[in-house]
Design a protein around this ligand. Sequence first.
Ligand code: SME
Length: 151
Amino acid sequence: MLLKNLKPEIIAILGDKRQSVKDRLHKICQLLSDSVNYYDWVGFYFKNEDKEELKLYTYVGEATDHEIIPFGKGICGQVALSNKNFVVPDVQAQDNYIACSIHVKSEIVIPLFKNGENIGQIDIDSNTPDAFTEKDEKFLEFVNLEVAKII
Ligand code: SME
C-alpha cells in the first residue's frame, strides 16, 4: 500500500460533516490500521484541557492503560514538549518510554498543530522493528494538517 494513495480517502472521511469529529478521527485510525500492515496501534492524543497532560481521544488496536500521559513522560509526553516528530526504531533502547504492549517494537509520534500550537499528536506503534521512515513522517504530517482543519 502506497501511503499517498490513502490521501483522498482521508480527505473524504474528515470532510464528512454528518459524522462527529470523534467518529471521523476513529475512522482515520481504522483506515490507517487496516491499510498499512505495519501500523498495529493507531491513536490520537490531545492536551487535556489546561492540564500538562495528554488524554487519549480515540484509537484502534490493543487496549491501553495509558489514557493519560503527563507532559515529559514517554515518547508521547516528550513530543508534547519538543513539538518535534519522534521516530523510535527500537523502543527497548529508550529510557523514557511507556510500554503499552509487549509486542511493540517501534513507534512514531507526530505532533498536531492548530494555529501554531501543539495541541495533540498521532501515535502509531508497530510490532515490526524499525518500521517507520521519512515517508511515514511526511504522510502523518499530512494527516495531522487535515485533522487540524476540522478541530
Ligand atoms: N509508548 C507511548 C505510550 C502510548 S502507547 O504507545 C499507546 C509512549 O512511550 O509515550
